[in-house]
Design a protein around this ligand. Sequence first.
Ligand code: ADP
Ligand code: MG
Ligand code: MG
Length: 363
Amino acid sequence: IFLLFRMYRIRSLKSKMDPLGMLEAAPPEPSVDLDQLKVMNLVGQGRYCNVYRGILEEGEVAVKIFAGASRQCYLNEVEMYNLAHIEHPNVLRFLGSSERMGQDNWPEYLLVAEYMSHGSLMNYLKENTYDWLGMCRLGQTAAAGLAHLHQSVDKGGSSRPAIVHRDINSRNVLVKSDLTCVIGDFGFAMKVFGSSVVREGDEDNSTITDVGTVRYMSPEVLDGAVNLRDCESALKQVDIYALGLVLWEIGTRCSELYPGGDVPPYKLPFSDELCPHPTFEDMQVHVSRGRKRPAFPDAWKENNQALRSLKETIEDCWDHDSEARLTALCVEERIIELMVLWDKHHTVSPTINPTSEGMTSAT
Ligand code: ADP
Ligand code: MG
Ligand code: MG
C-alpha cells in the first residue's frame, strides 16, 4: 500500500510539474541515422525551434531542431506522429526523430519530416495569387487534413483516438509542391476521447485550453469558457474557428475575386483592426466581447452565389456559438461544392461570359 501511495504521489507530483502530461511519454527510439543527415539552410523559425532544409539519403527533408528547453514540445509532436493511422495526404509526413549533443554540449532534439518547398501557407500567400479553383484546392485540402485528425480511426487491428491540433494558423499549415495543403506542427496536439483527454495523471483543466496563437484564439478560449464536459467536441470547435480565419486568408488572395482590380497584399487576420502584436486582452475585447471577425474585401460585395457560399462557409466556421460551427468534414464537402458552383456561375452570367452563344441564351 505504501508503494502504491508513493507511486500515486510521484505521478501527481510529476503532473503538477508537467501539467501537459508530456513527461509521461517514454522518449522515442531514434529513427533517423544522423550520420546520413546533412543539415543545410534555415527555412523557418517557430516559437520553439528552427527548421532547416536537410538532405537524407539523396532526398530533401525538413529538419526541425528543438533546444533542450523545448523537449516537451518535441516529445509531444513525435508521440502524435507515431500514432497509428496518422498518415494522410494532407498531414505532414513524418520521417523520424533523433537526439544529439549540440554546441556547448547541450542536448538538441531533431524531428525530420517531408520537405515542403513552398514553406508555410502564410509564406505562400504572401507571394502568390491563384484562381477560384486554386483557392478551393488550398481550402479543401487544409480542411481534409484537419478532418482526418479529428476523426478517430479503428482499422486493421489498430486504432487511434481523435486528435485536436490546438494551434491551427497559416504558419502551421504548409503548402506542397502540387499546391495542396498539409497540416504540420503537432507541438500542442492532443488525443481526445469524449469528455476526457487521453493522458495520464491529474488533470489541470486550465492547461487544456491555455495554448495556441492569440490571434487565432476563439471567443470561448479567450473567455476561458471552453466546455470541458465534452472536451472532444469543444476542442474540435476551437480548431474550426481558427480554420475559418485561415480560409479567410486563403480567400483574400484569390485573383478571380477582384475582377478588374489588383489583388491586395496578403494580410494576417485582424491586422487591419488591431495593432501588429495584439495581446490576449486585445483579442478578448475585439473577438469575444466585440464579436468582431475579419472583414470581407469590398470587392466581395458582388452578389454571386459562389462567393456568397464561400463567405457563408467561412462565417459558419468562426460562428460565435461554438456549437453552431461546421465540422471539418463538412467544411471540406462545402468547398468541394464551391468548386462546381463557380463553373455554373460562369456559364450562366452573361457579363462574365459574353460570347455570342452566352448572349443569346441570356436574352
Ligand atoms: P514551431 O513548432 O516552432 O512553431 P513549425 O513546425 O511550425 O515550428 O515550423 C516553423 C516554420 O518552419 C513553419 O512556419 C514553416 O515556415 C517552416 N517549416 C516547418 N516545417 C516545414 C517543412 N516540412 N518544410 C518546409 N518548411 C517547414
Ligand atoms: Mg508552428
Ligand atoms: Mg509548435
